[in-house]
Design a protein around this ligand. Structure first.
Ligand code: SDX
Length: 454
């Protein structure tokens, strides 16, 4: 079965290479001599926020790379644990390093105090991402001393200035003295993030997500199983039974595919909070909040709802005409960076179709998805660079595994916490508080009018 999934993934890679050229050089991958000039659009489109060696998204070629490795190869041959280690440490682990890392994750999956605190709250009334964030806040209090005075970062070592002293009237010219900057060791022992904290979050978030799901269904949480890997354990804690080999491999691939994706909104939100030297738990809370939005993490739920609304592949064209006539966006399509086929959709699509063979109840949805994809790519692929993105098939994959739609976005967070933490650790090595500009378009010199005169 694993070989069969590997063949599907490598077939998808061959197709992607054939359509985009396998050795497409990165458009923009080099050391930067700051300050750098770039063309910036609304929403910081095109803005270069920092350098990173964690991952690279080549939007024109439809390529995704983690620390130099093509995501197709990682899905075919690696595991989420190994990929998480790679993202955090920069190199694939040796066997001993991987065994130690897995043991660390296994130990940190048990968060009984956090679950007890969660269960004393009205979880059943909460949005799943709100409940996840609450769980991460409880984790923060249990697993760290960040609220104690002695744990605060040593801000006296900061080369600090009021960042507003950067002359806003002129284009930024990398003015050195107004940098809110910490040199490598200035963070001292009380770093707002360290590897142990990242391991805690990566290990415990699946436990929290699974517990929230079961509490909302009126069931008790299930303790992590010591013999299961990350993906299998996650499914086990959700459903109370060990997954099949196929389900374990598919969930593992899905977690690998969602682990990192450049400076997306939730990663950027995480890093902005971390750049103030707030602690990593708050930073991850910001990432969870950003991912909750339907334009970002919530699109896979919306994509499933759209397929259910269409009902049958014969209805696709009429449905699509209506949506487009109302200028509504089709969930699961389009991307700020990819103007080619999202490589993650290239892998999740065949996996969804493979799983649908064992789940006839999902076959109609999968057939509808295929026709919708053909129709959208025919109409907007070449003309507007609109193709399926990761969210178009991820919901179908989870649905064929019997996972409820309110789990879809939390699953995204369970995976993306690897990229969030890896990029935060990397950025804090040469921290600079994020502080872009807003061009003022308001009035000047207005005279104050007393209330009676207004
Ligand atoms: C994720 O950044 C990341 O890396 C994110 C992510 C990650 O891994 O972290 O990849 C995960 O967020 C995937 C995207 C999930 N969201 C959706 O599927 C929601 C639907 N997609 C759209 O909202 C949209 O495509 C965005 C928000 C994803 C990207 O939008 P852009 O780049 O800002 O593009 P745009 O809104 O400026 O649209 C450009 C044109 C417009 O047409 P015109 O006005 O020029 O005629 O393309 C059209 C848009 O109307 N368009 C779409 C469309 N997406 C863009 N038209 C119909 N359906 C769509 N989905």
């Amino acid at each position: 079965m694993i070989d069969h999934i590997r063949k599907l993934i490598l077939e998808a890679k061959r197709k992607a290479d054939a359509e985009s050229g396998s050795n497409v050089e990165p458009q923009f991958a080099q050391k930067i001599d700051w300050p750098v000039t770039c063309t910036v659009g609304p929403g910081l489109e095109g803005a270069i926020a920092c350098e990173s060696a964690v991952g690279y998204v080549n939007g024109s070629a439809g390529k995704l790379i983690y620390r130099g490795y093509d995501v197709f190869d990682l899905c075919a041959y690696s595991t989420f644990e190994e990929v998480t280690y790679l993202l955090l440490h920069g190199e694939l682990p040796t066997e001993e390093e991987l065994d130690n890392f897995k043991a660390e994750l296994c130990r940190r999956r048990h968060v009984p105090r956090t679950l007890r605190q969660l269960m004393s709250n009205p979880i059943e009334e909460m949005n799943d991402m709100a409940a996840l964030r609450l769980g991460v806040d409880f984790l923060r209090r249990t697993h760290s001393k960040v609220d104690t005075i002695e744990a605060r970062p040593r801000s006296e070592t900061a080369i600090s200035s009021d960042e507003d002293s950067i002359p806003m009237e002129k284009a930024p010219y990398g003015e050195k003295k107004a940098i809110y900057e910490f040199t490598k060791n200035a963070l001292g022992p009380n770093k707002p993030v360290d590897l142990a904290t990242c391991y805690d979050l990566i290990a415990a978030m699946p436990t929290i997500v699974a517990a929230v799901h079961r509490i909302k269904a009126g069931k008790l949480p299930i303790e992590p199983h010591p013999d299961l890997g990350h993906a299998a354990n996650f499914l086990y804690m959700i459903r109370g039974e060990k997954p099949s080999l196929l389900e374990e491999k598919v969930m593992d691939v899905a977690l690998i595919l969602h682990a990192d994706h450049g400076m997306n909104a939730s990663t950027f939100a995480t890093m902005v909070v971390a750049s103030t030297l707030s602690d990593i738990y708050f930073s991850i809370g910001a990432g969870i909040a950003a991912l909750n939005g339907p334009l970002h993490g919530g699109a896979n739920e919306a994509a499933i709802k759209a397929l259910q609304e269409i009902g049958h592949k014969d209805n696709v064209r009429a449905w699509l005409d209506g949506k487009l006539a109302r200028k509504e966006k089709i969930p699961g399509f389009g991307h700020r960076v990819y103007k080619a086929y999202d490589p993650r959709a290239r892998i999740l699509g065949p996996l969804a179709k493979e799983l649908a063979k064992e789940h006839p109840e999902c076959r109609t949805l999968t057939e509808t998805a295929e026709v919708l994809e053909e129709e959208m790519v025919r109409r907007f692929g070449e003309s507007k660079g609109i193709f399926p993105n990761v969210d178009f098939y991820s919901g179908l994959v989870y649905m064929t595994m019997g996972l409820d739609h309110h789990l879809f976005t939390p699953i995204f967070a369970v995976s993306r916490v690897a990229g969030w933490t890896a990029r935060t650790i990397e950025y804090l090595e040469n921290n600079r508080i994020f502080r872009p500009r807003a061009v003022y378009t308001g009035s000047f010199d207005k005279k104050y009018k007393p209330l009676a005169e207004r």
